[in-house]
Design a protein around this ligand. Sequence first.
Ligand SMILES: C[S@@+](CC[C@H](N)C(=O)[O-])C[C@H]1O[C@@H](n2cnc3c(N)ncnc32)[C@H](O)[C@@H]1O
Length: 541
Amino acid sequence: MIATTQHILDNSIETDYSKSISIEHRKKFAQFFTPFAIADLMAKWILGNKNLKTILEPAFGLGVFSRAILNNKKDVQVKGFEVDETILNLAKQYFDESKNVNIVLQDYMYNDWKNKYDGIICNPPYFKFHDYDNKNILKEIETNLKCKLNGFTNLYTLFLLKSIHQLRINGRCAYIIPSEFLNSDYGKLVKAYLIKNKTLRHIIVIDFEENVFDDALTTASIILCANDNLTDKVQFSNIQSLDDLGKIENIIANYPDLVNTKQTYHQSELNPVIKWKAYYQNQNSIRFKNLVPFSTYAKVVRGIATGSNEYFTFNLSKAIEFNIDEQYLLPCICSAKDASSTFFTTTNFEALKQNDKAIFLFNAQNSTDENVKKYIQKGERDGIDKRFLTANRTPWYSLENRKPAPIWVSVFNRTGLRFIRNEANISNLTSYHCIYPKPTSLFTEIHIDLLFAYLLTNTAKQIFDDNSRQYGNGLQKFEPNDLNKGMMLDIGLLDKQTANKILSLYKNYKDAILNKKNGEEIIEKIDKILVDKFGDKKNQA
Ligand SMILES: C[S@@+](CC[C@H](N)C(=O)[O-])C[C@H]1O[C@@H](n2cnc3c(N)ncnc32)[C@H](O)[C@@H]1O
């Protein structure tokens, strides 16, 4: 038995455990621990069930949720599941005196399907589809829940669906999970199930400046469900700091009444197919009229993935070392930070080359050159040909066929999307996506400079923001399809005179940037022209 009880109401045992065990071990089992203040709040939702007798903790860890519940109510039976024997043994010591807590060494997803509970509370493991036995677990879920799911589904949502299925009448469920499923493709079927099942009550989106989970790069949501028929409404709330937890406590205490009706929807109003950030985040696009999908004017494709950047990328000295002639090297921007300005020109390319930056890719297909052959053999000796991507190519050292894109866009962003005009006409790796303008009708294509001028404006970035994926710490990520499906102003509707005015401002901007002057004011002028043309007066901020 462990002598002190202070650990019950804080995270000291999780902190001690994390210090005593390797990060690899924690990653293997997805062990990120819930801050006690949040666990306590979620416990309050569970305690709201006046008939609370049985509790399930499907991913027990060190039982932070059970500690929070037992601190308020002793006469409940707790069942916990855990797959890591190390943490389980430690947890058993802490709960040694609690005869009503039963923790078993079993995988939650394959067990306990028949039992129902009054309260289920969990911070499940976050495993992407390739990190767990997704085929069998999906089958298990689909058979038991009689629903269809997407093969890319993250394990945490499967935990949630199973738990909802295990709720008794009037049972309550509280989960803390990444917000990703609310806005991703695989989440559509999960959301459809949640709507159909009618137990969803609150989604609380945590958007702290700091990560909720020490090193998990993600924003989280608290999902509160109730298997009652007290309401058919779902409310979305946002919390920005721990100080906001009081707001949520209030919401929970008042259930089923609503403290306010902001961001509240009938179950039937929720659309599983759209990104649910539309329900909890101000959408920038509503301030504008005449919006079209970005895919109307352009196509976004990810950059070249080599399978081994270390092997395929070259700088000048590496080319000299291995005697590889420049004709077997493809000019390519290999690191996002090597293109720091809005325009990437041949002068920039030459400067990087002279500074011995990695600016080429090994491009040796069909070569009979002896030195090239030797470098290929070296790759085979080093096992580069057995990597996931290279093993699936013929020959293994061939590069993906992508023509240089006239515009690049950064994949990860802290301060908004960054677009770059690739005037050097070179290729790019995956730190940038490629943007190719596309014909809008048989003969017309939007003027690429007009498109680029638009992309430089705040308006363009704000509208794309509606479709971004949020990570923790203010980091934003855009997949190619987030941009393809994102919206833009229909600049094809601009009259010739306005388009020419924008093009002439753009030319001034380019001159300013190439002469190392600040061009922000010029972009603001372009932005103003667009807002005047496309702003929807009734929805302006
Ligand atoms: C994200 S941690 C949460 C721990 C604790 N509940 C908390 O919130 O601090 C998830 C826990 O679930 C365990 N786990 C992982 N896969 C599991 C599975 N399939 N069944 C049961 N437990 C699992 C991990 O070992 C880990 O302790």
